[in-house]
Design a binder for this molecule. Structure first.
Ligand SMILES: [Zn+2]
Length: 263
């Protein structure tokens, strides 16, 4: 090793060149890898390419909350489990119309164990999980919609849905909230949200919630939110490109790690 290199500070590009040069002398196989890495780093610029977005899906797993013996909350003869199924079925139709694939955790008034629901979702790669619920509160005046998420990567989806619901339904925007104690949100591998679609303990909101008008508006808002976050899984070219770029970044990181004592 040349001592003069140790004693002066050198720029990164200079250092990369030196490493490529050194590798070409020492290990014939490495020169190609280094050259490709530096080529990619130079042509595309490290960090200049947007990373793949967290939400990238082709299937929406729709979970109608409760069902069977578990009717959820019930007020004025309206069962939550019945409403959630109605909304889930409408959502299924709407999302298919918009070109997405869907899967349902239940299709009838049956009980699907809470522990099964994330497992159902996890069967679908490149999916998101949307659980439909209705709210209740002892005081009749509370109203509005809110969206829960668990892991941070689900937050953009929760925001996209929540921001569209309240204006569309002309009810209170109760915001986006993190709940790590909801198993369906925690155990699901894909981005997962739980949408509370209104208070059936509020007589006015309850009367609205059973109507076609309300349910259609709700489904439009949720679908708009989903579509806003929707990005097709990358095609083969894009996947190859990102894989190559990731690999090039790793190589350059390695090279720079080797160089650290010199810099
Ligand atoms: Zn519920």
């Amino acid at each position: 090793m040349n001592r003069s290199i140790r004693t002066r500070r050198i720029g990164l590009n200079e250092a990369r060149f030196l490493l490529v040069y050194r590798d070409s002398m020492l290990i014939p196989g490495t020169i190609r890898r280094s050259a490709v890495a530096v080529f990619f780093a130079g042509v595309f610029g490290l960090g200049s390419v947007a990373p793949l977005r967290a939400v990238e899906f082709s299937t929406v797993v729709i979970d109608a909350g409760h069902g069977g013996n578990d009717q959820g909350t019930m007020w004025g003869g309206v069962k939550e489990s019945m409403l959630t199924l109605q909304v889930a079925e409408r959502l299924e139709v709407e999302l298919q119309k918009r070109g997405l694939k869907t899967a349902m955790t239940r299709r009838s008034d049956v009980f699907t164990a809470l522990c099964d629901r994330p497992e159902i979702a996890n069967r679908y790669p490149r999916s998101i999980f949307v659980s439909i619920h209705f709210n209740s509160y002892p005081g009749a005046s509370r109203r509005g919609v809110e969206t829960y998420y668990g892991r941070p990567e689900s937050l953009p989806l929760a925001r996209a849905i929540q921001s569209r619901m309240a204006p569309r339904l002309r009810t209170d925007d109760r915001g986006v909230k993190q709940r790590l104690d909801f198993r369906v949100l925690r155990v699901t591998n894909s981005p997962a949200v739980l949408v509370e679609c209104g208070f059936i303990s509020n007589p006015i909101e309850r009367r609205m919630a059973v109507t076609d008008v309300y349910q259609n508006a709700l489904v439009q808002a949720i679908s708009d939110g989903i579509m806003a976050e929707h990005q097709q899984p990358p095609g083969i070219f894009s996947r190859t490109y990102h894989a190559l770029l990731g690999w090039a970044r790793d190589r350059v990181d390695e090279l720079e790690g080797d160089l650290r004592p010199w810099l």
